[in-house]
Design a protein around this ligand. Sequence first.
Ligand code: KIV
Length: 282
Amino acid sequence: MNTSPVKLFAQAKARREKLAMISLYDAPSAALSADAGADILLVGDSMGNAILGHDGTVPVTMEAMIHHTGAVVRGVKNSSRPDVPVVSDISFGGFATVERAVENASSLMRAGASAIKLEGAGESALSAARILVEMGVPVMGHLGYTPQSALRFEGVVQGKTGEAATRLLDGSKRLEEAGCFAVVLEVVPTEVAKRATSELSISTIGIGAGPHCDAQVLVWHDLVGFSSDKPFRFVKRYADVYATMKDASASFVEEVRAGDFPAPEHGWNMDEEEYRRWEDGE
Ligand code: KIV
């Protein structure tokens, strides 16, 4: 049984302990992140950009979300911390009706998720959150820059004016009332995230929202540098695995062309006597 994300966040907020969440999509990155001490993993629809070659999250299907949730859950099970909880996104359009929300959340939970995340605080998000919570599904909200609505936004930073900041704060309170156990705040001013964190009883999880949130999240590919794109300002790159992996791939290509790979130790030989008889046609 995985750790309850509801309990994990409530306890951490009460103890003022910061939690670290990593968004990722496959078994090896899940296993190594759990081994590295991540408190909770997110199978984010950011997979659209990070691994599927899209320029946004809208093309990501629920089939993809379910498929990758299974992979991440299996990765966690094979790690040294098999009870790390996994949250999964309901992808674009997946909670437009309550019936769809129930079906999609049920599929993610059957794939092994311990909670689901949905974007926005509009009527469909709130109705979905209410019914899912009533069914026993832990629900994480997501406000600020919500990539599924990217086409509606003029800029990236959300909540910059007093009016927009109040709207954001009100939205986070509606998600709390609907029963969400935490809310991601993406690319919002530090002041807004600070106030949400102190006024909400549920946890805030920041990404580009400053240091005051109860938890922080980054996409794994961003934090390890597994991309040649210029990272967003809110990303800190802790490694440059893109360069390391590119060098390794180039060395393989070079050695194959030069005939240096494979070396004798990468292959097998017949028994000498057996080989001699075979060559002699015996
Ligand atoms: O899809 C995702 O990875 C996310 C996080 C950035 C919060 O929603």
